[in-house]
Design a binder for this molecule. Structure first.
Ligand code: SAH
Ligand code: SF4
Ligand code: F3S
Length: 464
């Protein structure tokens, strides 16, 4: 999560701090949001951010285990720090996140240099856990626990766009997925706690918020006031209406949606509520009904298509993005082609793709019909090529359009360009006009005429 800057020892004021910390974040937005909260805790404790991983006094890896390669990456990072600890015994070494939860105490045995292994449900408890480490303990905190509201302010990476967890965990049982076993049962936050966090962000000049949950449509089903029959009072839709009036916030997003629960009422709310952006991330995973059934996803392709149709009926230019898995156990060539066909039929703006990876404690991992690495590689290559051309085709609709761009910063590769995103979440670069009249601040919304399209980004000029 933290960008590496050049080593500069002189900027560090040794006596006024507890030490320097470094956090590397792997995985999804939820992990990024958790890292921001842990960074907030460390700064409250007096730590300051290190400018190099190799001179930090506390190194925290917030890990992901969604696929085997994510897991292996963490081990190679850890090996380096474990070695460093032999020369610098005061170094505190922490593994947090989903791999920590998966491995628990066995991680302490595998990497004895570790001080603390902590699962995602313990993020709010970092200070306490570090207290135990200071007493000389090697600590593993992975028991299932109630996630209490955090009173620590997150140390956010952006000053404009904020992530807000609204539901932790996942109660689904997709046959390939490790998330339910590492993130635990669904726990929704109360609407008033969410709203006050948004109000605080608005007060701090944030303009955009993204509500987060692994299965965000499940929001509220564990809260009081929610009934099994009929209208629920604490659904994601109700939450959107409830938070919409927070003054100062101009854009609201949410992720990740599950096709099983994506309701017409939600689509109507997104249409009615001005601040809710026209971007929907709805993973479909496979374009074939038999595979979807084996994945235990709980919907068919027909249902998925109906959702997209209903969105497009009200918001024809909405951006639709998704995730897909190729080479699921037993996936035939024809079934793989169905996934390709769905991508062309829908015309996605972007699809995040992955080859199936067997995960511990998941049903599909022990099925006998696993596909070879060769097939996985070939299918991944083919789908990625299709995704790229589809995105580019889809981006054509932006050409010569006037889009509203929220300024998030300068293009890191070209400081003469502003960087921001459309409401549909397309990254857009804008040449800064060569006259002194144009003044801008981060968080401003500007109108931009789109002049150039690429597969995953746009370039435009200021439009008055
Ligand atoms: N909650 C979201 C996604 C969670 S994980 C949903 O239900 O869609 C993010 C993505 O990783 C998934 O959408 C899926 O495409 C991918 N993924 C999850 N487990 C995987 C596995 N075992 N192998 C390959 N990809 C996987
Ligand atoms: Fe995993 Fe399925 Fe839950 Fe998504 S909904 S996190 S894919 S189990
Ligand atoms: Fe990875 Fe955990 Fe997110 S496994 S994708 S970091 S929920």
């Amino acid at each position: 999560m933290l960008t590496k800057t050049k080593k500069d020892e002189k900027t560090f004021q040794e006596d006024s701090t507890t030490g320097r910390y470094w956090i590397t974040t792997f995985g999804c937005q939820m992990n990024k949001a958790d890292s921001e909260r842990m960074a907030g805790t460390l700064e409250k404790m007096g730590y300051i951010r290190a400018n190099d991983e190799l001179n930090a006094d506390l190194v925290l890896y917030n890990t992901c285990t969604i696929r085997d390669n994510a897991e292996q990456k963490v081990y190679s990072f850890l090996g380096r720090q474990a070695k460093r600890k032999h020369k610098t015994p005061n170094l505190k070494l922490i593994v947090a996140g989903c791999l920590a939860q998966q491995e628990g105490e066995s991680l302490l045995r595998r990497v004895p240099e570790l001080d603390l292994v902590m699962g995602p449900q313990h993020v709010n408890n970092l200070e306490n856990l570090l207290g135990k480490v200071d007493l000389g303990n090697q600590v593993a905190a992975t028991e299932e626990t109630f996630i209490s509201e955090d009173i620590t302010s997150a140390r956010r990476e952006s000053s404009i766009c904020g992530w807000i967890n609204i539901i932790y965990g996942c109660n689904e049982r997709c046959s390939y997925c490790v998330v339910p076993s590492v993130r635990g049962k669904e726990q929704s936050r109360y609407p008033n706690a969410i709203k006050s966090e948004i109000q605080k962000l608005a007060h701090d000049n944030f303009k955009e918020i993204t509500l987060l949950g692994q299965n965000i449509d499940a929001y509220g089903r564990d809260l009081p006031g929610t009934t099994k029959e009929g209208r629920k009072e604490n659904t994601l839709t109700d939450l959107l209406y409830y938070i919409h009036d927070v003054e100062g916030i101009r854009r609201i997003r949410f992720a990740t949606s599950h096709p099983r629960y994506f309701s017409k009422r939600l689509i109507q709310a997104c249409y009615e509520l001005d601040k809710v952006c026209e971007h929907f991330h709805i993973p479909f995973q496979s374009g074939n009904n038999e595979i979807l059934k084996l994945m235990a996803r709980g919907y068919t392709i027909e249902k998925y298509k109906r959702i997209i149709e209903n969105i497009r009926l009200l918001m024809p230019n909405a951006s639709i993005t998704a995730d897909a898995i190729v080479a699921f156990p037993g996936e035939s060539e024809k079934q793989f082609r169905d996934t390709l066909k769905l991508i062309s039929d829908i015309g996605f703006d972007q699809v995040m793709t992955a080859a199936y990876s067997p995960r511990p404690n998941t049903p599909a991992a022990i099925w006998q019909n696993q596909l070879s690495e060769k097939v996985k590689k070939e299918r991944l290559k083919e789908i990625n090529e299709l995704v790229e051309t589809t995105s580019k085709k889809r981006n054509k609709r932006y050409l010569d359009n006037i889009e509203s761009i929220l300024i998030e910063g300068l293009n890191p590769k070209n400081a003469s360009q502003i960087m921001g995103r459309t409401r549909t979440n397309r990254l857009t670069f804008v040449e800064i006009p060569n006259n002194s009249e144009f003044k801008f601040q981060l968080g401003d919304e500007i109108n931009v005429k789109i002049k150039e399209i690429r597969s995953f980004s746009l370039t435009g000029e200021l439009y008055k």
